[in-house]
Design a protein around this ligand. Structure first.
Ligand code: SF4
Ligand code: SF4
Ligand code: SF4
Length: 358
């Protein structure tokens, strides 16, 4: 029994929202969110990037973010593997790839099928027709499941705001786009390392660059398909001959911290698949993510043995709740439906376990 059938069973029992069923039908069973044909994206050509941090400065300015501790003129910070945060929606890091420096700009990738949106109960994230993934914090409960679900670790949290902390991330400068302006970082880049356009055109531009300069680029457009595809895509420099590069793109992408193991299916499919079985699954979802969050938050601080003990404990909790939920489904819808609930839980657990390996 496939998930569509499973959802239709649950739907007929009145436990799946009309929204999720509609999405499932529209998306052909693979994607949870519609793909907007004319949506925009950005091509980051890392062979052009010089690590000048002008994009960081522009992002800070156009979004009225807090002043950085070190000036944007200080390029030495690029040598540290920085992550985006509530105060820094984009950072440029320096990587050494086969002995040569390469700079890569990090920000929300504006996934076609955002895992952050799939994981959020409060529906704070929405994929927009312009390609951006928008966040509206008015309903945000601060659970930070979006942060755990994001395969790129992009959303930041306002930990220092005691009263109304929100999740913060790159907005794709959607307000500027609405005014017909370019995103701040793209306008500021002096090297044309960031190209704005329709995502479908950018894929063609990327292919054309690879064709015109054989051996210059890794034969792989990062984000074309990864994690279900992203609006922001990346070209990386090849290390040697075109043959060597095309034989193993991961060889050249991993040193840039570009994860080629995410697969081509949306990460959100895993989370949304489990969320599709609400409210049965919703009952244990906080346990799943709460447990994973507790572990990931403490992972730097606790000893390996203790970490394993916590993980075991969380998994036991999850097994108990999943089995209870599956037994209830079995009573009303039969054993096949119960198996699907267990499979959804197992998929969800894979997402939860991911932060433990980083
Ligand atoms: S990169 Fe992360 S935060 Fe951005 S849309 Fe994708 S899942 Fe959401
Ligand atoms: S698109 Fe806007 S919000 Fe996103 S990194 Fe660029 S300047 Fe910052
Ligand atoms: S402004 Fe352009 S060249 Fe400078 S660091 Fe950002 S992406 Fe690279």
């Amino acid at each position: 029994m496939n998930r569509r059938k499973f959802l239709s069973i649950l739907g007929s029992a009145g436990v799946v929202s009309a929204l999720s069923t509609a999405r499932e039908a529209k998306a052909g069973g693979t994607h949870s969110f519609p793909y907007y044909e004319g949506s925009y994206g950005v091509l980051h050509d890392t062979t052009r990037c010089i690590g000048c941090r002008q994009c960081e400065a522009a992002c800070n300015q156009v979004n009225n973010l807090p002043k950085p501790q070190k000036s944007f003129d200080d390029l030495s910070v690029c040598a540290t593997r920085r992550r985006t945060s509530a105060r820094e929606w984009t950072v440029v890091n320096k990587y050494v790839v086969h002995g040569k420096p390469v700079f890569r700009k990090l920000q929300c990738f504006h996934c076609n099928d955002p895992a952050c949106a799939a994981a959020c109960f409060a529906k704070c994230f929405q994929k927009q027709p312009d390609g951006s993934v928008a966040y509206d914090g008015t309903q945000c409960v601060g659970c930070r499941y979006c942060m755990i679900a994001c395969p790129f670790y992009m959303p930041g949290f306002q930990y220092d705001d005691a009263f109304d902390p929100l999740v913060m991330k790159c907005t794709f400068c959607a307000p500027r786009m609405k005014e017909g302006k370019l995103p701040g970082c793209i306008e500021a880049c002096p090297m044309d390392a960031l190209t704005f356009g329709k995502r479908s055109d950018l894929i063609k531009v990327a292919r054309s660059r690879m064709r015109k300069s054989p051996g210059k680029y890794v034969d792989y457009i990062y984000g074309e398909w990864d994690a279900g595809g992203t609006a922001w895509i990346t070209l990386a420099p090849a290390s040697g001959t075109a043959t060597a590069a095309s034989a193993n793109p991961a060889h050249d992408l991993h040193p840039l911290d570009l994860d080629t193991h995410l697969g081509n299916r949306p990460i959100g499919e895993l989370t949304y698949g489990a969320l599709g079985a609400v409210p049965m699954i919703v009952a244990f979802w906080p346990v799943l993510f709460g447990g994973a969050y507790a572990i990931s938050k403490r992972r730097d601080a606790i000893h390996e043995a203790e970490k394993e003990a916590v993980a075991r404990e969380v998994k036991n909790d999850i097994s108990y709740v999943v089995n209870t939920a599956a037994n209830k489904v079995a009573e009303t819808h039969g054993p096949a439906a119960a198996d699907t609930v267990r499979q959804a839980a197992s998929d969800a657990l894979k997402v939860c376990e991911r932060p433990l390996r980083s």
